[in-house]
Write a protein that binds this ligand. Structure first.
Ligand code: ACO
Length: 433
C-alpha cells in the first residue's frame, strides 16, 4: 500500500511578501521532503530544478539508496546480501511483490517465468530488417517496442492480472531477445531456451552454444551472470526508470514504456558507461599510462572523464562495485585469464582514490567500473553490455511501473518550465519578411 509518508513538520516559503506553509513529509529512511504540490495554486510560481537534483517525483517502497554512506536496499534488504545469498528470480519476485517468496511462491513464480521464455516465431523476422552491424541497443529498443504488437491483451493496465502477465512476459522474454540480438550480430543460428535450466544458465547457453558442439555450462559463470543481473535489477528513480514511469503515466502499453526505458539507458552517462569504461581501460592498456589519463580527466579543457567513476547519488563507494570487483576475480580465475585490463582497473582505482581531485569531489568507482571486465572475459562484445543491463533492469522497470499504476496520487507526468523565448508578437507574412 503506497501513501505511507508522515507529516513531521512544516516549511514556510515567503513568495513576494506572502508566507505560505508546506508540509514536511518523512519516509522510512532518507532526507525529508517538502511537499510543494500546492505551490502553484497558492503562490502562482513553479520550482525550477533541471536534472531533478532536489526534486522527488514519487513515493516509492521498492529501493532505497543512501549515497553518502554507500547503502543500497531493495525492499529493505542490503544489495550485498541479496547478491551473495539469493538468485535473480528471487530478487525479481521481491522487487515486484514486496516480500521474499516462500519456497512454494518461488516455485510458482519461476515456473511462470520459464513458461514464457519463448518468443512469437514472427518476432524472429524483425531481425532480418536490421543491418548485421546495427548496435544491439538499437535492435533491443525496436524489438521490445515491437512486442507490444504481439501482446495487445496487456493493454488494459487497470487490470492487475493482465499487468502481471505483461511483467512476467517481459522478464521471461528479455534474455531470449538479448541472446537473439547477440546471435544476429555474430551471424549465428538462434538458440531457443530450455526449461530445465536456470535463468542465468539459459541465457549463457542461448548466447554461446553452437549447433556443432555440446555446450558445457560453468556454474561459476552462471552464478556470476546471476549476480550481475541482481546488481543491475533496480536503482530507484534514475533516468531510465523515471522515463518508464513518465512514459507509462500516459497509460502507454507496458512494452512501449519499457522500450522508452531501454532508449534512455543507452546513453554513455547511464547504461552505456560500462561499454565506455571497458573501452577506456583498453585504451589505457598498461599501468604506466594511468597517470596520463587521470591528469586528462581532471583537465577542464579536456572533455575526457574517468568512465566508471562518479555517480549522481553515490558520494561514497557504490556498494555494487565491491561485489562486482570480487566477481571479476572469480570469473577470471575460473577462465584462467590473466588480463592487463583487470590490473589497469585495480591500479586506476587505487590511484584515483588517493587523488585529491577525486576525494574532494567524492568520485568513487561505480557499478560499471568492473562489470565490463567480467562481461568481456565471459565473451560478450562491448556493444552487448548495455543490453545485459537492460535485461536485468527490466525487473526494476516493471516493478516501478506497477507501483506507479497502483499509486492513486500519481497523474500523467508533466514538468513545468520557465519560458525565456521571444515575447508575444504578431505574425509577419512571408512576402513581407
Ligand atoms: N571523471 C572526472 N571528473 C568527474 C567525473 C569523472 N568520471 N565525474 C564527475 N566529475 C567531476 C565533474 O567534472 C564536476 O566537476 P566540477 O564540479 O569541477 O565541474 C564534478 O565532478 C561533478 O560532476 P557532475 O557531472 O556535475 O555530476 P553528476 O552527478 O551530474 O554526474 C555522472 C554523474 C554522470 C555519473 C558523472 O560522474 C560521470 O560522467 N561519470 C562517468 C560516467 C559513468 O561512469 N556513468 C555511470 C553512472 S552509473 C550508472 O548509470 C549505472
Amino acid at each position: 500500500m503506497i501513501n505511507k509518508t508522515k507529516q513531521t513538520g512544516t516549511a514556510t516559503l515567503n513568495v513576494k511578501g506572502k508566507d505560505i506553509e508546506f508540509p514536511i513529509m518523512s519516509g522510512t529512511h532518507g532526507p525529508d521532503v517538502v511537499d510543494v504540490k500546492r505551490l502553484y495554486a497558492e503562490a502562482g510560481v513553479f520550482t525550477l530544478d533541471p536534472g531533478f537534483t532536489s526534486t522527488g517525483s514519487c513515493e516509492s517502497q521498492i529501493t532505497f539508496i543512501d549515497g553518502e554512506k554507500g547503502i543500497l536496499l531493495h525492499r529493505g534488504y542490503p544489495i550485498d546480501q541479496l547478491a551473495e545469498q539469493s538468485g535473480f528470480l528471487e530478487v525479481a519476485y521481491l522487487l515486484l511483490n514486496g516480500e521474499l517468496p516462500t519456497q512454494n511462491e518461488f516455485r510458482e513464480f519461476a515456473g511462470l517465468v520459464t513458461q514464457h521464455t519463448l518468443l512469437h516465431t514472427q518476432m524472429d523476422r524483425f531481425f532480418d530488417g536490421f543491418r548485421r552491424d546495427s548496435h544491439p541497443m538499437a535492435m533491443l529498443t525496436g524489438t521490445v517496442g515491437a512486442m507490444s504488437a504481439f501482446y495487445p491483451g496487456a493493454m488494459d493496465s487497470s487490470d492487475p492480472e493482465e499487468r502481471n502477465l505483461a511483467y512476467i512476459r517481459l522478464i521471461a522474454k528479455m534474455p531470449t531477445l538479448a541472446a537473439r540480438i547477440y546471435k544476429y550480430t555474430q551471424g549465428q543460428r538462434f538458440v531457443d531456451p530450455i526449461n530445465e535450466l536456470s535463468y542465468g544458465e539459459n541465457f549463457l547457453r542461448m548466447c554461446f552454444s553452437v549447433p556443432a558442439e555440446k555446450y558445457k555450462i560453468s556454474p561459476t559463470l552462471a552464478r556470476a551472470m546471476d549476480k550481475i543481473f541482481i546488481l543491475h535489477a533496480d536503482h530507484e528513480q534514475n533516468a531510465s526508470t523515471s522515463t518508464v514511469r513518465l512514459a507509462g503515466s500516459s497509460g502507454a502499453h507496458p512494452y512501449a514504456a519499457i522500450a522508452a526505458g531501454v532508449a534512455s539507458l543507452w546513453g554513455p552517462s547511464h547504461g552505456g558507461a560500462n561499454e565506455a569504461c571497458l573501452n577506456m581501460l583498453r585504451e589505457i592498456g598498461s599501468v604506466d599510462r594511468i597517470p596520463e589519463f587521470i591528469a586528462r580527466s581532471k583537465d577542464k579543457s579536456d572533455s575526457f572523464r574517468l568512465m566508471g567513476f562518479g555517480h549522481r547519488v553515490y558520494k561514497n563507494y557504490d556498494p555494487r562495485a565491491t561485489v562486482m570487483q570480487k566477481t571479476a576475480h572469480d570469473v577470471l580465475d575460473e577462465l584462467g585469464i590473466d588480463t592487463p585490463i583487470l590490473r589497469v582497473a585495480k591500479e586506476l582505482e587505487r590511484l584515483a582514490l588517493e587523488d585529491d581531485y577525486f576525494r574532494e569531489k567524492k568520485l568513487y568507482p561505480n557499478v560499471d567500473f568492473y562489470s565490463g571486465v567480467i562481461l568481456d572475459a565471459m565473451g560478450f562484445p562491448t556493444e552487448m553490455f548495455t543490453v545485459l543491463f537492460a535485461l536485468a533492469r527490466t525487473v526494476g522497470w516493471v516493478s516501478q511501473l506497477n507501483e506507479f499504476i497502483e499509486d492513486p496520487s500519481q497523474r500523467i507526468g508533466r514538468p513545468r518550465q520557465i519560458y525565456t523565448g521571444a515575447a508575444q508578437r504578431d505574425f509577419v507574412p512571408i512576402s513581407d519578411r
